[in-house]
Design a protein around this ligand. Structure first.
Ligand code: NAP
Length: 790
């Protein structure tokens, strides 16, 4: 049995208790009567509560959470613990308010170190059942978005706390960290209630309780599980601490509730204080036994809260880039607010946070590089620069209420699927653990910068910078700068660097295809028109169609391809007059095999007098420069590596284990693969964003992110609806979809050269070979029932 008795001690306490009991019996009990109108009872309780001993320095701040008014109660010292305590006052659902319970809530705030939110839930008879439960749920959900919540309540508030926990359990939502129930009223049927209250009862009477039950229930049966939790199915509730006195009407009910919870397998403890009355803890500061009881409540709450530091979430998202942001917004829109985003950087943006090199911009038109649900009429140019994109993302995050969900500066080190409870156990680098039904891995393929493995690079005496880890304070003025790499990134940073550096040497291993960038400024008129939804939609749709047409350029013999080849040749001829330089810049592979570069100033920059293009292979790096295969040393002060990303091993730093402890790294030994880039067989409830074979060489990645997110969110909702716990793509489905992809890719332009689209063994694991609509249709056509679930 976990029922313990804590007899009060000392003569002084006995005297104070006698005085207090006398006052309550004389002043309060007569007012708590079925014969006294409810408004009078409310007013009188308000007056009397002004006499209570509220700890000095406590702060009460009116607030509304989830549409429910109430007040934040903060201790004199600032809260020392994360997490909150939701307090539901008593008053048999008809009277009472946060203000009438300040003596108790302020002491709880002080003892727990947590911020307490006292909810001013709707009362009967104006708002009969289940208005109070609805309000408790709304306030809880709003608080739960920010971490574990302990729920406490006295008398009817204790019953309400139980009803809340039952409702959350039934909805499959995260439970409170613990329940603190002070003299809870958990049975509105009043069956088994004594005809008279015990002689020491200073507050309650049976007729009053019956009258309140009538006013509150109106059309609801008293046997409803929320009205009489004592009679409900109590399985699966969080840890409970019950406190009651011996001298009260609800003493027996407290014991019965303890027994029922214990029988239901709930971790429960019941503390009885002899000779104390209903909710005697309201007299903390005067009664030592009340202070002791509050200290025990606080210990229970903080211990449970700490246990819940292995915090439970519906969804944990790794990465606050475009796909993490899209997922967050769509989760919120779907009403799934219980998620956190873990982001290692100090700010939002993912690749747009990382890539701050000069000249960084997007190489698809910005109207298409915005979410369909969040058009941006403020773009200042067609090909937006990185800071503008980052600002757009910030705006979206704020507009859709995503910011409070993001935890910056934290890394996930491992994610292990626990088959016992079908949840992911996610370990953070600060030692904490999260548990989540779903794990969304939205790191993006271009998140792990790759430094070139050139002999001697570590001996270089000057500065080495990678484009994706740029130092904003770096100034190339007057320096001899070497750039390794000639991909999209290099094409963007070479022109601005050339404007500063004394000498810029570009080390090219492979020349790439360059097409003109159809860039232009967006003026006031463009921005005004973009405010009109039909115009904005039309612009977006036209770009979408144009880029889809460009996809044809990857197939031999198409009009689009002929146009692209002609355009590339014209740009080269027009911008590079020197025949020798032009010859060096002719790509040795078929157009489209590597990512096409869109630039109007890359070629011109290479023709500048302070810029040299070196095409001899790099033999080694010395402390003072680069030695090429011809034996020549190129003296350098700074080495800029625009050498791309380790896409194949983008998740290698993370231990991800699915069923039977299988490592994702092992499942991907032959290169990453997934079903539609979204799901991996053997890894239930793991959602990859922009996973294998979802990169695109011709259009905006956002067009691939949105359908994936949509499907994942729908699947999460469907799981809940069906009362299931996990969903997983079938092995044979994943195998078949990959075989089809590889068959198609094997014949494609991408099979003809080395690129980041391919694994070490040559398999093309990064690209989707088709048109955007093919991917969208393939994702949309998936049925929930095509997958395994349970
Ligand atoms: P990348 O396309 O992988 O290019 C890396 C460059 O470094 C290549 O020229 C590569 O030469 C060279 N390189 C790598 N290791 C080398 C070594 N050991 N010695 C000499 N050269 C070496 O990387 P990226 O330019 O950073 O672009 C990656 C992707 O990011 C792009 O394809 C694109 O999808 C994305 N991106 C997008 C934007 C945008 O605006 N949306 C902007 C920048 C980047 P080889 O070609 O010979 O391998």
């Amino acid at each position: 049995m976990t029922i313990e008795h804590f007899p009060p001690r000392g003569g002084i306490e006995r005297v104070i208790a006698a005085v207090l009991r006398g006052m309550l019996k004389a002043l309060l009990k007569p007012a708590f009567s079925a014969r006294v109108p409810i408004p009078w009872q409310r007013r009188w309780l308000g007056v009397l509560s002004k006499l209570s001993l509220v700890p000095r320095g406590s702060v009460f701040e009116a607030a509304t959470l989830g549409g429910v008014p109430g007040e934040w109660v903060r201790p004199a010292l600032p809260p020392t613990r994360p997490g909150t305590l939701l307090y539901l006052h008593g008053g048999a659902y008809c009277i009472g308010a946060p203000a009438t319970h300040r003596a108790l809530t302020a002491r709880l705030a002080g003892a727990t170190g947590m911020a307490v939110f006292a909810a001013d839930y709707r009362l009967a008879p104006e708002h009969p059942f289940p208005a109070a439960v609805d309000d408790a749920l709304a306030a809880y959900r709003a608080l739960r978005e920010h971490g574990p919540v302990v729920v406490g309540g006295d008398s009817a508030g204790g019953g309400l706390a139980l009803a809340l926990a039952i409702a959350l359990r039934d909805a499959g939502e995260p439970p409170p960290a613990a329940l603190l129930l002070l003299s809870p009223w958990a049975d509105m049927t009043m069956e088994g209630a004594p005809a008279h209250e015990p002689p020491g009862e200073a507050m309650l009477s049976v007729p009053w309780a019956k009258a309140c039950a009538q006013l509150c229930l109106r059309d609801t049966a008293a046997t409803h599980p929320w009205a009489s939790p004592l009679k409900a199915d109590l399985r699966g509730l969080p840890p409970v601490l019950i406190q009651a006195g011996t001298d009260e009407l609800l003493h027996d009910q407290a014991v019965q509730l303890h027994d029922a919870l214990q029988a239901a397998g709930v971790s429960v403890r019941c503390e009885i204080t002899p000779q104390r009355w209903h909710v005697f803890q309201l007299h903390g500061g005067a009664l030592a036994s009340a202070d002791d009881a509050i200290a025990r409540l606080a210990l229970f709450a903080t211990t449970a809260h700490a246990r819940d530091e292995a915090e439970q979430r519906e969804v944990v998202i790794l990465g606050a880039g475009m796909s993490g942001l899209c997922m967050s917004v769509q989760l919120r829109r779907a009403g799934i607010a219980d998620f956190v985003v873990i982001e290692q950087s100090a700010g939002l943006g993912g690749t747009w946070w990382d890539n701050r090199y000069p000249g960084a911009h997007v190489d698809v038109p910005a109207p298409l590089y915005s979410f369909s649900f969040a058009p941006n009429p403020r773009w200042t140019r067609r090909f937006a620069a990185a800071p503008e994109i980052q600002a757009y993302m910030q705006d979206v995050a704020q507009r859709f209420g995503v910011m409070p969900h993001i935890r910056f500066g934290l890394c996930i080190v491992s994610a292990v699927f626990d088959e016992a409870d079908s949840r992911w156990r996610i370990a953070l680098d600060d030692g904490r653990t999260l548990r989540a039904r779903h794990f969304v891995c939205s790191t993006g393929p271009l998140s792990r910068p790759r430094l070139p493995d050139i002999p001697g690079i570590e001996t270089f005496a000057g500065r080495v910078l990678h484009s994706a880890r740029w130092d904003a304070s770096f100034d190339a003025s007057g320096q001899r700068v070497g750039v390794i790499g000639t991909g999209s990134t290099a094409s963007q940073l070479v022109p601005p660097l050339a404007g500063q550096a004394a000498l810029l040497t570009v080390f090219q291993r492979t020349a790439n295809w360059v097409l003109p960038r159809l860039d232009r400024r967006y003026g006031a008129l463009d921005r005004a028109l973009a405010q009109l939804p039909p115009y904005a939609k039309a612009v977006r749709a036209l770009w979408h169609l144009f880029l889809e047409w460009g996809r044809r350029g990857f197939d031999e013999g198409t009009l689009a391809r002929r146009g692209m080849l002609r355009s590339a040749e014209a740009l080269l001829r027009h911008q590079v007059r020197d025949e020798t330089l032009r010859a060096k810049l002719r790509p040795p592979y078929a157009l489209g095999c590597k990512r096409i570069i869109y630039s109007n100033d890359y070629y011109c920059t290479l023709a500048q007098p302070n810029v040299a293009l070196v095409t001899d292979g790099i033999a080694r790096v010395t402390p003072h420069g680069i030695v090429t295969a011809d034996g020549r040393e190129h003296p350098l002060d700074v080495l800029v590596c625009a050498t791309g990303f380790d896409v194949e091993h983008s998740l290698a730093h993370l231990e991800i284990r699915g069923r039977s402890g299988q490592r994702l790294g092992d499942a991907w030994r032959d290169g990453p693969q997934a079903h539609l880039g979204l799901m991996v067989a053997g890894f239930p409830n793991l959602w990859l964003m922009l996973g294998p074979n979802t990169a695109t060489g011709h259009t905006s990645t956002l067009l691939f992110i949105e359908p994936g997110v949509r499907w994942a969110v729908q699947a999460m909702q469907e799981l809940r609806r069906r009362g299931l716990r996990w969903i997983e793509v079938k092995h044979e489905v994943m195998r078949a979809s990959n075989a089809a992809l590889q068959a198609r890719l094997g014949q494609s332009v991408w099979a003809g050269c080395r690129s980041w689209y391919r694994a070490a063994d040559g398999r093309i694991f990064a690209l989707f070979p088709g048109f955007t609509r093919e991917y969208v249709q393939a994702v949309g056509a998936q049925k929930f029932s095509d997958n395994d679930s349970g």
